[in-house]
Unconditional design. Structure first.
Length: 399
């Protein structure tokens, strides 16, 4: 019998495992280490967050991205974007040094047993644990707009599914979205010889500004504080006070979380993107079908209230991820359906220690964003989540 089973070996799962191991818990960690970053990010992408805001969390802060950079002989500098591949390698190094061994197996079922949980894998193994932490990352929650849902995968993909931007050759590709994933995907496609275009509902694109220096005068730092999610007092509050966000009324919390840190491109991408990717802004997608010649026909609503059709060779939905418990198929259906939800969302209602309404079942990562705010959508949130969650597990075990 284990104290804790951690399902997921990305930044949140590894951070929870590091804190639990340091607390002396017996635990089992499942998943492919850093799978989302190693297997689902297009080659050539960069980390949008600053290196100092991208640490995985261990209690002693001994295994930061800066520590990894020092070991490997490079500088993780403020204002200098870091390749996604380098970040994935950092996660592997963190897993080797800060967390117990990861069992790279696929968990297919988590179900309650007598006073504990039963965890079963596709490989036929099974264990029992007194508590479970679900840190499954974002891949189960990929959002594909309804009009695109019926298209075959060879004609429509999510931005997290195209590892090789050069695999499209010189095909014309339509990228749907206005955030960093859409803008960087379109840029990489253009740089690898494809002919991308961007379609977005927004009437203009938003770009983040160059980050303010870390070392500044007192007045400047007071006027525009720097935080792990950006600069400004509102952003500072999101990043530093997720616990306070969790105490807000559910409706207010949802409105604030949905409106915070909306789609925007990184400052360092803008020059590469502009003059290279044509745009159709203010256009909403309302239909999609496969033409007789095998191309995709998109039906769009135009800004002036009209409609237009657009034919394309492939569609990439860079439309993000939606936290939704119903997509968490590994969780036993009876438990999943019985879990209380937060507000009007499809995410679990959680205590201050990230425990759900099912005693002993904890969550970390994207599914906790409706409870604790946008910090939980970023690696920066691992410190808050891991420490709080493991504290909650310790309390649960004592009871």
């Amino acid at each position: 019998m284990y104290d804790l089973a951690v399902i997921g070996a990305g930044p949140y799962g590894l951070s929870v495992a590091a804190h639990a191991a340091a607390a002396g818990m017996s635990l089992r960690v499942y998943g492919r280490t850093m799978a989302s970053w190693r297997d689902h990010m297009p080659e050539g992408m960069y980390l949008k967050s600053e290196p100092w805001a991208s640490d995985l969390s261990d209690p002693a802060a001994k295994y930061t991205l800066g520590d990894y950079a020092a070991v490997r002989g490079f500088e993780a500098a403020h204002g200098r974007p870091l390749p996604i591949g380098t970040f994935a390698e950092y996660g592997m190094w963190f897993a080797e040094h800060a967390a117990p061994p990861v069992h790279e197996q696929t968990v297919t079922r988590v179900s309650p047993a007598a006073g504990c949980f039963r965890v079963e894998t596709a490989e036929g193994d099974g264990i029992e644990a007194r508590a479970v932490a679900l840190a499954v990352g974002v891949m189960p929650f990929r959002r594909i707009p309804g009009p695109l849902a019926g298209l075959p995968p060879e004609l429509c993909s999510h931005s997290s599914g195209d590892r090789d931007p050069g695999g499209f050759g010189d095909l014309d590709v339509t990228v749907i979205g206005a955030g960093q994933a859409a803008l960087e995907t379109a840029t990489l496609l253009a740089e690898h010889g494809a002919r991308p275009r961007l379609v977005a509902r927004a009437d203009r694109l938003r770009w983040n500004t160059v980050p303010v220096p870390q070392q500044r005068g007192g007045l400047s730092a007071l006027r525009t504080p720097l935080s792990g999610l950006g600069s400004g007092w509102t952003t500072w509050a999101w990043s530093r006070l997720p616990g306070a966000v969790g105490r807000l009324p559910a409706g207010l919390r949802e409105r604030l979380t949905d409106g915070a840190l909306g789609p925007a491109g990184a400052w360092w991408l803008r020059e590469r993107y502009e003059q290279r990717v044509p745009e159709l802004l203010g256009h909403s997608l309302h239909g999609a079908s496969v033409r007789p010649d095998g191309r995709v026909r998109l039906e769009l609503d135009t800004p002036d209230g009209g409609t237009r059709t657009l034919d394309t060779g492939h569609v990439v939905a860079a439309t993000g991820f939606t936290p939704d418990l119903d997509r968490l198929r590994l969780l036993e259906p009876g438990v999943r359906q019985a879990l209380r939800r937060t507000g009007t969302s499809r995410a679990p209602a959680l205590t201050a220690c990230l425990e759900s309404s099912c005693p002993g079942l904890f969550f970390a990562g994207l599914l906790t964003a409706p409870s604790f705010g946008p910090a939980m959508r970023f690696v920066y949130g691992t410190g808050f989540a891991a420490a709080r969650l493991v504290d909650g597990v310790r309390r649960r075990l004592r009871r």
